[in-house]
Design a protein around this ligand. Structure first.
Ligand SMILES: [Zn+2]
Ligand SMILES: [Zn+2]
Length: 212
């Protein structure tokens, strides 16, 4: 593992941890298996199976950093299953590969002094850098088959979502909103558009109900 790349990833992630390091390793391997380079725009997509508010969700940041499939660009799609797993998709080749944490390494991770302290409720920031790096190195230096379940390169039928370009100004708050997120309020008929207001979800009083 390229230490400079690892440190850049830790900088992006915010702290040093084994789960993000494993995500980086898995993401780089997935790129290699598909024979592709990190996405600059939306050449690739990741379907990430980590969920919300659970242990080791940091894995997802390593995957994002490695693959260039990021929450902001929209080529990171969350399918929350509470698993340290993801599928990397190359729509151009019509190929994909899934990677998942291999539970084989779980006991060794659990027996590290870092994880023993974490389990006892010690915040990661209060654990020594040596103890943190011991478990980081464990997931980076162990044979790859011991830390990851590596899927086969398979055909992909993933249809990349289309990007909606237009933005408009909310008639109430004046803030700019992407068109799919505009709502119409007012009592007018369709032929009396002048009585309708184009507004953002927060000004509309509607439930959100639009996640993608
Ligand atoms: Zn972390
Ligand atoms: Zn508004």
């Amino acid at each position: 593992m390229d230490r400079e790349l690892l440190n850049k990833m830790f900088e992006f992630h915010g702290h040093k941890c084994w789960a993000s390091a494993l995500g980086l390793r898995a993401g780089l391997l997935a790129l290699e298996k598909l024979g592709v380079k990190r996405a600059n725009v939306k050449e690739l997509f990741v379907i990430l199976e980590t969920g919300y508010n659970h242990a080791a969700g940091c894995f997802g940041d390593g995957v994002q950093f490695a693959t260039g499939c990021t929450a902001g660009k929209g080529n990171l799609i969350k399918k929350p299953r509470g698993k340290l797993a993801f599928t990397l998709i190359d729509p151009k080749q019509g190929k994909q590969i899934r990677m998942c944490f291999n539970p084989k390494i779980r006991e060794k991770i659990a027996n590290s002094s870092f994880m023993k302290k974490r389990s006892a409720g010690v915040p990661p920031t209060e654990i020594s850098p040596e103890e943190v790096m011991e478990v980081v190195n464990l997931v980076l230096d162990s044979p790859v088959e011991e830390v990851l379940l590596i899927g086969n390169v398979e055909d992909s039928h993933f249809d990349p979502p289309h990007e909606v370009m237009g933005m408009a100004i909310c008639d109430i708050c004046g803030e700019m909103v992407a068109r799919p997120y505009l709502r119409l309020i007012g009592s007018g008929q369709a032929c009396e558009v002048g009585e309708l207001k184009k507004v953002c979800i927060d000004c509309s009083g509607y439930e959100e109900g639009f996640e993608k």
